[in-house]
Design a protein around this ligand. Structure first.
Ligand SMILES: NC(=O)c1ccc[n+]([C@@H]2O[C@H](COP(=O)([O-])OP(=O)(O)OC[C@H]3O[C@@H](n4cnc5c(N)ncnc54)[C@H](OP(=O)(O)O)[C@@H]3O)[C@@H](O)[C@H]2O)c1
Length: 284
């Protein structure tokens, strides 16, 4: 399929690896790069694994970043400086928050590339299944250039406005994710500390209006102490800070998120940052 645009995907972590497989499966010529090279090597059956960022991005039509935070994105795109195609689209999908998205928009201007801010909802499994929800934002003329890539990685794309709007909606969605996870942990802890089997809480809400797939998924993971990362705790702490910063900037006082942040921070300090965010349960 030689008419397909070439994609360079930078960052083959928990999310990027699954996204890469789906982009390759959709027929796009794909190059991947990861700071820790060995983590990109398993993708060699579907992509060219580049040693350097510059090799990955040279001549690529679409440069997709899926890195930990805004500093990582800036560092990697600075390496790409001078090697990007003039008409490249930068599809920025890492979670970087409001100020981060603005910083990257400025960098895109300096680099002379079209900037699409398109964070995603969904964790490791939806990334592997091509079932992410993409919160895309950016100039109208970039949409048709990236739409087929977004179709490959997601079940749904919402175009929500000018570049940066996607990152704002992403924060609101993550505030909900963290509220559910921490809320489940607290109700399990309450059930246990009031002298009952904590599993009874999950049974009580199961199948009713108060249930959600996430309640059962994360609740069971907590009770089984099964914390294989789907959404890592260190990343969740990073995102709670982005939410709190954005809320402060908007003059909004949040009641729930500050407490969640404290629990996440304690669990990270206790050495659980590499585990799934449901490991916040360890602090209850
Ligand atoms: N996991 C989720 O459920 C989820 C859901 C939606 C959005 N997100 C967002 O998606 C992004 C990626 O998340 P993830 O879960 O895939 O994270 P991850 O597994 O921790 O992977 C992070 C990636 O960033 C790279 N990285 C970190 N610091 C770097 C630096 N200074 N320079 C270059 N590369 C650096 C890592 O490289 P190394 O391999 O060398 O460490 C790795 O490729 C994050 O912004 C996250 O908030 C995650």
């Amino acid at each position: 399929m030689t008419d397909q645009p070439t994609v360079a995907l930078l960052g083959t972590g928990t999310m990027g690896a699954g996204m890469a497989r789906n982009i390759a499966a959709a027929g796009f010529p794909l190059r991947v790069w990861n700071r820790t090279h060995e983590k990109a090597e398993p993708l060699a059956d579907v992509a060219t694994v580049a040693d350097e960022v510059t090799d990955a991005v040279a001549g690529a039509d679409i440069v997709l970043t899926m890195l930990f935070d805004v500093d990582a994105v800036v560092a990697v795109m600075e390496e790409a400086r001078g090697h990007l195609a003039d008409d490249a689209v930068w599809l920025q999908q890492s979670t970087v928050g409001v100020a981060g998205a603005e910083r990257l928009a400025k960098l895109a201007e300096e680099l002379g590339v079209t900037y699409v801010d398109a964070p995603v909802l969904g964790t490791k499994k939806p990334a592997e299944d091509g079932a992410l929800v993409v919160l895309a934002s950016g100039p109208e003329q970039a949409r048709e250039r990236v739409d087929r890539v977004l179709e490959a990685i997601g079940s749904k794309t919402l175009w929500v406005g000018e570049a940066g709007a996607g990152s704002r909606l992403k924060l609101a969605a993550n505030a909900w994710v963290f509220t559910v996870v921490e809320g489940v942990a607290e109700s399990l802890a309450l059930t246990r500390d009031l002298g009952l089997d904590p599993a009874l809480f999950l049974q009580a809400v199961e199948g009713g209006a108060l249930d959600a797939p996430y309640v059962q998924l994360k609740g069971k993971a907590m009770l089984q102490e099964s914390f294989e990362p789907a959404f890592g705790l260190a990343g969740a702490l990073k995102d709670t800070d982005l939410i709190l910063e954005a809320a402060r900037g908007a003059g909004l006082e949040l009641g729930v998120l500050p407490g969640i942040r404290d629990h996440f921070a304690r669990a990270v300090e206790a050495g659980h940052g590499e585990e799934d965010m449901s490991a916040t349960w360890r602090e209850h």
